[in-house]
Design a protein around this ligand. Structure first.
Ligand SMILES: Cc1cc2nc3c(=O)[nH]c(=O)nc-3n(C[C@H](O)[C@H](O)[C@H](O)COP(=O)(O)OP(=O)(O)OC[C@H]3O[C@@H](n4cnc5c(N)ncnc54)[C@H](O)[C@@H]3O)c2cc1C
Length: 128
């Protein structure tokens, strides 16, 4: 009998960045980006406000893959069969000062996403 726990986890989908545009004005204290990703070959049907899950590349301080981060779909175009061709979500760049050390820290996934360029690949999961 096959032990499901022994099965290797599936690889995340690699979604290509089509566009990444900063929507906040220059000089604003926060930065928000609209990220458009191509997901045509994933054959998924996404709905507005549905979450997709980003797997930040690299490993955490315990040498484990980073936890997934959720982002909410705000736009998607679908083909005739109802499969999403692309999706858009907005990302707030997380930068904060550690209250104890005063060190400036940058959120792992949000900075990865805000710095992404067209053609880059974003590891995505469509279910948590
Ligand atoms: C259902 C759902 C949908 C979401 N949709 C979106 C979305 O559409 N767009 C979006 O931008 N985000 C969204 N988020 C949040 C997103 O998933 C991430 O949590 C967010 O981008 C930060 O991830 P990060 O990896 O950049 O930060 P991390 O590296 O995970 O750092 C976050 C951690 O930093 C610490 N921290 C943060 N701010 C401070 C502070 N001021 N002082 C001290 N410590 C602090 C906290 O410990 C916090 O847990 C959503 C979350 C959920 C649950």
């Amino acid at each position: 009998m096959t032990d499901p726990a022994a099965s290797p986890p599936t690889e995340p989908y690699q979604a290509k960045v089509l566009a990444n545009r900063k929507i906040t004005p220059e000089g604003a204290s926060d930065e928000v980006f609209h990220l458009v990703l191509e997901v045509a070959s994933a054959q998924v049907s996404l709905a507005l406000d549905q979450s997709v899950w980003v797997q930040p590349p690299g490993r955490d301080e315990n040498d484990r893959p980073f936890d997934l981060r959720a982002y909410s779909v705000i736009q998607t175009e679908q083909d005739g069969a109802g499969h999403s061709l692309n999706l858009t979500f907005s990302v707030l760049r997380l930068v904060y000062k550690d209250l104890f050390t005063g060190e400036v820290k940058r959120g792992t996934a949000s900075n990865f996403l805000c710095d992404a360029k067209p053609g880059d690949l974003i590891p995505l999961r469509f279910q948590g």
